[in-house]
Design a protein around this ligand. Structure first.
Ligand code: G1P
Length: 313
């Protein structure tokens, strides 16, 4: 059972980043110097999945352009002999075999994944959510694929979060297995209140799914937020007495959340300090800047509360 296809839902409106996302998809927001979506496609390719389907919507043309040739830039750089920049431009073009389908109505993450049915067919596949970036130095997707292949099941990525944060995620009730990093998922709840959460194990945006998920999604009713939730479909699969069940890989590596503004800022700093080209200058500057930081902002500016998101946001 070879897994070659990755599905990346990218139809959200990005309202938490307005006005930056008024005319540009949120997936194109730069994280240091690469659009967020490129990290995610690189991760898929790194795990051997070079057939990538993006589920897009209106105003998402920039995504297709990013993974396509940019002949004008290429010709100019070639003429100048700037081969390093040329390599950077060409890299995203050659990265993967890219495909696109539009979601149409924004009816939820489950609905977005169901739009991949024709392209994926009867094979297991991975789903990667663009708001989560997994550090390229840590292994997650490769391990999930291994577990899915060994056990013939669907696999979700789980991360232990502070209980006060669990209402932002799908939460899992789990049983241990013989593998230290693998759990059997007994149940899943989408964005529970802290007091109702079955654990503080949160689903982060990586899934390896068996194609049966499409049959389940066909009849999954709208759930949390009135949206068709992937979590609800997986809950049904986890509860099937005669099915293969759902497993989880507990991730203990570095994950960056680019889904809201504060976490996005933190992600950029975290990734930049480790970069060879930027880190050596950024680190001492950051230390000095932080040491002179007052508790209150000097201008008295306030930031409005962005609130809980959704994959359609
Ligand atoms: C989605 C899923 C949720 C998961 C989260 C991970 O929610 O529905 O179960 O925990 O991604 O980022 P979203 O953040 O898109 O609303």
């Amino acid at each position: 059972m070879v897994i070659t296809k990755a599905v990346i839902p990218a139809a959200g409106l990005g309202t938490r980043f307005l006005p930056a996302t008024k005319a540009m998809p949120k997936e194109m927001l730069p994280v240091v110097d690469k659009p967020a979506i490129q990290y995610v496609v690189e991760e898929a390719v790194g795990a051997g999945l070079d057939d990538v389907l993006l589920i897009t919507g209106r105003n998402k043309n920039a995504l297709e352009n990013h993974f396509d040739r940019a002949t004008e830039i290429e010709t100019t750089l070639q003429a100048k002999g700037d081969l390093e920049k040329l390599r950077r431009v060409m890299y995203s073009t050659d990265l993967a075999d890219m495909h696109y389908v539009r979601q149409g109505d924004p009816k939820g993450l489950g609905h977005a994944v169901l739009r991949a049915k024709k392209h994926v067919g009867a094979q297991p596949f991975a789903v990667l959510l663009g708001d989560d970036i997994i550090d390229g130095r840590d292994v997650l997707l490769t391990r999930m694929i291994e577990v899915a292949q060994e056990r013939g099941t669907s696999v979700v990525a789980l991360l232990e979060v502070d209980p006060s944060q669990i209402h932002l995620y799908g939460a899992a009730a789990v049983d241990k297995t013989d593998d230290d990093d693998v759990v059997r998922v007994r149940g899943l709840v989408e964005k529970p209140a802290a007091e109702d959460a079955p654990s503080n194990l949160a689903i982060i945006g990586r899934y390896v799914l068996q194609p049966e998920v499409f049959d389940v999604l066909e009849h999954t009713e709208p759930g949390k937020g009135g949206e068709i939730q992937l979590t609800d479909a997986l809950q049904e699969m986890a509860a099937e007495a005669d099915g293969p069940g759902v497993y989880g890989v507990v991730f203990r590596g570095r994950r960056y959340d680019t889904g809201d503004r504060l976490d996005y800022l933190k992600s950029i700093v975290q990734l930049a300090v480790d970069r060879e080209d930027l880190g050596p200058q950024l680190r001492p500057w950051l230390r000095e800047f932080a040491s002179g930081l007052a508790d209150e902002p000097s201008s008295g500016q306030t930031i409005d509360e962005p609130g809980v998101g959704s994959s359609q946001d």
